[in-house]
Design a protein around this ligand. Structure first.
Ligand SMILES: [Mg+2]
Length: 407
């Protein structure tokens, strides 16, 4: 192999992070997602009981009263995520952050003991993450991203699988098509109809037939499954994410200031992620949902692509003025940033100086928040939120009993 690609995936990531920071949760069945009313991540102990992703919390409480249900803390997960990536950077120069709990690492072939060195780097990453973060990851090594994803899925949790070219056939025969990265349920069904059941059946097909009968992404997957590296590597080359969204459901409130503070918090969270991923958004929409599930949303286009929270807040305030009706109870607010583009690809020659002016304080804010915890530094419009929230909570607790619907 001229190179080896590793895919590294946090096991039960959110639940594991909760267990890591709270020793009383260790070795116990824990799920996150209380705020949405459904399980979004299950600790391995909860999985053993039979809790699955998306299961309603009410059902979990009834069937498995021993399960501990906690609220998601995405800021905390982001901190763990960043530290996980930083650990990996100690051992490999090429890292691609794929999602909050997954990344790829690419090792270029060296002269001596190449495979042995790669294995030892990966074991160091695993053991540093365990020691320093208190969580486990599963690792897959192979010659392409698609194969590495298959490998990391193999020995979960705390797994390590090296899928070598000579063993490929066995792994692929045991991999159903819907478990291949990039093949959705519908494509898998279509492929089954023409007699292909597993990944090996697919790679055994003639490439010309794949080219003739199937769409382009499947051709790429076919090549990757055959050990030809086609997917580009590195965050700059990532197929851009379509949007970043943050929203939350709360005790219904008719207080406009409270809604604005919620929206500001979403903007801070989402723009933090944009900056972390080196992205800027062309558009932002703000939405609110009433107690009776009426949905209002409005989108603005930024003067130039942006990830600055202060610019977004000014726009959000205008949108909220336009869609808010007084006397109506609202239960959810959210923001969606779309039209995302990589910082380097943004046409910003003219605005370069202005960008630097804007982005410098956010770098400081992001670093302070990462070091000292969420919300240590934020925009002033978000500051009064917690005391107001308590007031709102007290008020609404007695008048509106229904709460906890999934948004
Ligand atoms: Mg994971």
């Amino acid at each position: 192999m001229s190179h080896i690609i590793g895919h590294i995936d946090g096991d039960s990531f959110f639940a594991s992070v909760e267990q890591s920071i709270n020793p009383s949760l260790k070795s116990r069945p824990v799920i996150t997602g209380a705020e949405r009313g459904i399980a979004s991540s299950m600790s391995k102990e909860a999985k053993v009981l039979g809790v699955t992703r998306g299961m309603p919390v009410t059902q979990i409480r009834r069937l498995f009263p021993e399960v501990i249900v906690v609220h998601s803390d995405f800021f905390l997960y982001t901190v763990f995520s960043r530290r996980m990536f930083d650990i990996a950077r100690r051992y490999g120069e090429e890292i691609e952050e794929y999602s909050i709990d997954e990344f790829f690492i690419r090792f270029k072939k060296g002269k001596l003991f190449f495979e042995r060195k790669v294995k030892s780097a990966v074991f160091n990453i695993k053991s540093d993450i365990k020691k320093e973060l208190g969580i486990t990851v599963s690792v897959g090594l192979a010659s392409t991203k698609v194969l590495a994803k298959i490998a990391s899925n193999w020995g979960k949790p705390d797994g390590f699988t090296f899928l070598k070219d000579q063993d490929r056939e066995n792994y692929l025969k045991a991999t159903p098509l819907n478990k291949v990265w990039g093949i959705g349920e519908r494509t898998a069904e279509k492929l089954e109809k023409v007699g292909l059941r597993n990944a090996f059946d697919l790679v055994s097909e003639d490439f010309r037939r794949i080219q003739k009968d199937f769409y382009k992404p499947l051709q790429t997957i076919w090549q990757e499954l055959n050990g030809q590296e086609v997917f580009p590597f590195g965050n700059e080359n990532l197929s851009p994410r379509k949007s970043i969204r943050s929203s939350r459901t709360f005790i219904p409130s008719a207080n406009k200031d409270f809604l604005l503070k919620e929206i500001v918090e979403h903007i801070e969270k989402a723009t933090f992620d944009l900056r972390r991923m080196n992205l800027r958004a062309k558009c932002m929409s703000v939405f609110i949902k009433t107690q009776t599930f009426k949905y209002k949303e409005k989108e603005v286009k930024f003067f130039q692509p942006s990830n600055a929270s202060n610019i977004a807040v000014v726009q959000a305030r205008i949108i909220l003025d336009g869609i808010f009706l007084s006397g109506v109870l609202y239960r959810t607010t959210g923001v969606i940033f779309s039209g995302l583009e990589n910082r380097e690809s943004t046409q910003q020659v003219l605005f370069n100086e202005r960008h630097q002016e804007i982005s410098l304080p956010f770098k400081v804010i992001d670093n302070l928040n990462l070091r000292f915890g969420r919300g240590v530094v934020g925009l002033c419009s978000g500051l009064k939120k917690s005391s107001d929230y308590k007031k709102e909570f007290r008020k609404s607790r007695f008048s509106i009993p229904s709460f906890g619907e999934v948004d």
